[in-house]
Each structure stands twice: as C-alpha cells, then as structure tokens.
Design a protein around this ligand. Sequence first.
Ligand code: G3I
Length: 373
Amino acid sequence: MRLHRCILLVSAVCLWNLAATAQAPAPTTLKDAFRGGFVIGAAINIAQITGRDARGDAILISQFNSISPENVMKWEVIHPRPDVYDFTMADKYVELGLKNHMFIVGHNLCWHAQTPDWVFKDEKGNPISREALIERLHDHIKTVVGHYKGKIDSWDVVNEALNEDGTLRQSPWLKIIGDDFLIKAFQFAHEADPNVQLNYNDYNLETPAKRKGAIALVKKLQAAGVPIAVVGNQAHLQIDGPSIADEEATVTELAASGVKVAITELDIDVLPSAWGKTADVSLNIQANPALNPYPKGLPDDVQQRLAKRYADLFAVYWKHRDVVNRVTLWGVTDSESWLNNWPVRGRTSYPLLFDRDGKPKPAFEAVLKTAAN
Ligand code: G3I
C-alpha cells in the first residue's frame, strides 16, 4: 500500500513538472532568450541616444541589455581638437545605458580611422615623435576612460590593428610608436580604470591567418602582463560565408588563448559584394543598380536564408556560452545600418533582425527559436 502511494506521489510530481515545463512561456525578447548565456547588444547612434528615434529606442529597451556607441565615442567626436574633449553625446549614451541597467560598451580608444590628422602631427604639421604620440595616447585614454570610470563595463581598447595576413597594419600608430603601441594602450586603459574589461576588436577573424595574428597578439599582451580580457570578433558577415564551422573555430581558438570572446558588430550582408569579404571602412565603390538588387523589399527566399543563417550562428554562440560573453548587433533596425552606405552609398540593405519599419524579421523569430531549443 505504502509502495503504491509512493509511486502515485512520484508520478504526480513528474506530471506536474512536465506540465510546468510545457506551460513555461517561450521568451519573446532577445535579452530573456539568452539570459544565463551572454548579454545581447545593439550599436546605437545619435538618433537613439537623443530619443529622436522613439521606435528604435522602444526596440532597444525591450529587446537588448547591452549597448555599443556606433560613432559617438570615436576620437574625432570625443576629442576633436588637442585641448578639446567633448563628452556631450557620449555622456547621454552612458546615461541611457545606466538608466536601463545595460552592459555598456566603450568603442574605441585607439584606431587608424575616425581619428583626426592632428593626432599624428606637431603644431607645425610635421610628423610627431614617438614620445609625443605616446603622451597623446596616454592623455586621451586617461581622460576618456577616467571620465567613465565605474560606468562603462567594457572598452574596445585597440581596434583593427591587423592585416588580413595576420601581420600588424601599417597604421600611423604602428609607424610612429612601433608595435608596443598596443601594450601601451592597454596599460593606459588599465591604469585609468583597473576594473573595466579590456578588449581587442577586429573583423574577419574567421580568416585563419588573421585569427592566428590575433592569437599571437593576445599572447604578446599576456606576456607583457597586460590585462586583456576579451577578443571581439566583429562578425560583419555575408549571407553565404564564412561557414558556420569557421565561425565556431574562431570562437574556440580565440578562447583557447585564455580570453573571452565577444561578437561585437554582428550583421549579415545579403547584397552583392564583388569586393570580397572585408569591413575596411576606407573602401568606396561606385553605385550601380546591379549592386542594389532589392530596393523594394527582400524576396522571401532570401529572407528565409537570412533567418537560417542567423539561427545557425546563434546556435554556435549559445553552444559556446561558457566563453562567449556578449553578442552585439551593429544597429537596431535595417533602416540605420551602416551597410546602406558602405561600401556603396544609397543601397537598401537588410542585415539585422528588425526591418525598416521596426518589425521583427523571420530572422528574429528564428533566433528566438534557437534559444528555446
Ligand atoms: O558626422 C558626419 C556628418 O557631419 C555628415 O553630415 C555625414 C554625411 O555623410 O557624415 C557623418 O559622418 C559619418 C559618420 O559615420 C557618423 O555618422 C561618416 O560619413 C560615415 O562614414 C561614418 O561611418 C561609420 C564608420 O564606422 C566610419 O568609420 C559608421 O556609421 C559605423 O557604423 C562604422 O563602424 C565601424 C566600427 O566602428 C569598427 N568596425 C567596422 C564598423 C563598420 O564600418
């Protein structure tokens, strides 16, 4: 009798558990879907920061728990002249993140692009000395990181220092300071905020040679005792490549060097890209209708391919959530994506999870489903 009662009780508990599992509502937001794995972010610009894009803000706040500044923290904006720091827009960006309890990313401190020419020149317009440029970099990082100490969670310290073959890019930073500019930049950032997470950020790390270069760079920083915590793989991807296997190898090989991996600028280009796989901002291609095949809307078959590609990618990121600490999309909706104007101006691009009307795309549903499964 007691045995029967026991069996009945156990069965009832099992049934109740099953029912509870079946009834648990599936998450309807990205941030809930991936909670416990990684934060999910979006890059924002002045329109979202100032509230001018109310629709974008509503999506941002309901769906995302991390933000990245698409442009407002870059050197040319935040430090336009030698004696002028302008934190106006960057402060509003940080306030938005703090108000909404978001993981706030700083982007970026040392890059060859969107850095004014004066940085690399003296008062007479001649190339600056190594010592003077190190001092300038120190002043910039100390001032900017210091200004946001305790508020920004993660800084992209050095951006895009590598060539496609894994060697160091011949940027003014490298040419004038030498290859220790990376070590110095990380040291200055650490001094200014010892608790902030420090990242190296680059694109095309799916390319084996470039990835090898990134790993060598991490090892060099580690050997110098520099606290590099994360490598950001930007993941400006195409609809047909790189392969999911390459994406997975990128995550696991970078993580094996002793850092976390962040996917920092995810988007998927569905438009023709005869210029190959790159996110080099200096590329500029003449407009031509053949390069803008979907001005009136994305055909359903492409929409479905995009959804599957996004789902496959998120499956990899979720599988490796022990080392992936953030996935950030480079924009909120398709209408503001940089890919509408790069490398060809005025195209109609479809790289994100929300369409031009702010509606979730099939890719959004596919990504949520990935998390549920
Ligand atoms: O600020 C000027 C404005 O005064 C002018 O009226 C307008 C006219 O075109 O241009 C504005 O500047 C634009 C700037 O974004 C701010 O909106 C530039 O033309 C435009 O080229 C610039 O593009 C940014 C690009 O970086 C430049 O390097 C993109 O928005 C931004 O998405 C992109 O972000 C980079 C990451 O930082 C690093 N990884 C690659 C990624 C994509 O290129």
